[in-house]
Design a protein around this ligand. Structure first.
Ligand SMILES: [Mg+2]
Length: 381
């Protein structure tokens, strides 16, 4: 048995080296909420989420004031029971957004803690499909000042040269004609056999606009069109899925099994990108994945490749991990002490217990919003 002695929480703000844009936002820094859950035996599990490009303290407050006090003194192996109790505790504040992210990262930390206590890598503790490596796609193609279509093509070709057989780029910020030039440049640079994913980041709000873009993109055989509309606009996702021959992917900021059930029932997505650090943790992610399997829908989870490599390895209907080749976009990479290795388009699974990495405390101190005391520790209910 493994009783929870303390929960610690930290908010880190990591600036981007160069200001980066996608269809609907421009980002200059990223907030990450970090948690450590420690057992009476001294085993520590970690959890983390993206807490937006400002005001990440909303997530931190939900951990510190609402949820962590419910965990202290509890048995860490009781993961399902604790999930239910945290969800119940958060009914008025939560069920989506920042509070669901807070619940998610505590749930991730519990799984990590229990896997570390069992001395097993997380994917093995979960009961995995594969033991060595998982398929990954290289995620990039952001809008940067002076990144011409030719340079975008060179970036994409660089990922292919590094061994990836699937690559992703952003779309939707410019006019249909300008976007077609970018997509054509990417397709010509990578050749016909590479999966080319397109990410619109909620760019469109009506079907005719989305169709105007998709009719131009279809001739370059994209593998999927990601987040064409806002996450709550499930009906338009379903309508677009009927109009285009490109698979629709979405779900990266979707929460909870009930939302996903509606998305699946309306056939709004052929690919779910559900993020365990958003949707309700590993516990809820696995419920959603199991439901998706009964609809013949696959999962390629959103970002945090260090976390999602474990889940893809342990889920028969998961396809790809989203991999960020450098620490510029997913600058969370600067906060941890070990990096996954990509080889031949796959990520090699770690052999060490739990998630296989810890926070780099020096980096945490550097980026913490409260550097003199990065961590707030909760030790009593
Ligand atoms: Mg995306």
């Amino acid at each position: 048995m493994s009783r929870i002695r303390s929960v610690s929480v930290c908010l880190a703000r990591v600036p981007l080296a160069s200001v980066t844009s996608f269809a609907t936002r421009t980002v200059s820094a990223r907030d990450y909420c970090l948690v450590r859950v420690r057992s009476a035996e001294g085993v520590e599990g970690i959890g983390f989420c993206y807490a937006g490009s400002s005001a990440g303290n909303v997530v931190r407050a939900a951990v510190e004031e609402l949820l962590a006090p419910r965990l202290v003194g509890q048995e860490s192996l009781r993961v399902e029971g604790l999930w239910q109790e945290l969800y119940q505790e958060a009914l008025l504040h939560g069920r989506a957004g920042s509070v669901m992210r807070a619940l998610s990262i505590l749930d991730i930390a519990l799984w990590d803690l229990n896997a570390r206590a069992a001395r097993l890598p997380l994917y093995q503790y979960l009961g995995c499909c594969v033991l060595d490596a998982v398929p990954a796609y290289a995620s990039g193609g952001y809008y940067l000042a002076r990144k011409t279509p030719k340079k975008l093509g060179e970036e994409m070709a660089g990922y292919v040269k590094a061994g990836f057989t699937a690559v992703k780029m952003k779309v939707g910020r410019l006019s249909p004609a300008e976007e077609e030039v970018r997509v054509r440049a990417a397709r010509e640079a990578v050749g016909p056999d590479i999966h080319l994913m397109l990410d619109a980041n909620n760019a469109w709000s009506d079907l005719p606009t989305a169709v105007a873009y998709m009719e131009r993109f279809e001739r370059y055989a994209p593998y999927w069109i990601e987040e064409p509309f806002g996450p709550d606009d499930i009906d338009n996702h379903a309508k677009l899925a009927q109009r285009t021959r490109v698979a629709v992917a979405t779900g990266e900021i979707a929460c909870g099994r009930w939302y996903h059930k509606e998305l699946l029932e309306k056939r709004g997505a052929e690919v779910l990108q559900t993020d365990a650090a958003v949707c309700g943790g590993i516990t809820e992610w696995r419920r959603i994945a199991a439901t998706a399997a009964s609809y013949g829908v696959t999962l390629s989870p959103h970002w945090f490749h260090d976390l999602h490599a474990h889940l893809v390895a342990a889920t028969p209907n998961a396809r790809y991990v989203e991999f960020f080749p450098d620490d510029q976009v997913l600058n969370f990479r600067r906060l941890i002490d070990a990096q996954l290795t990509a080889k031949g388009g796959k990520l090699l699974l770690p052999k060490t217990p739990g998630l296989g990495f810890k926070f780099d405390e020096k980096a945490v101190r550097k980026y913490a919003l409260t550097p003199a005391k990065p961590w707030a520790m909760i030790t009593s209910p």
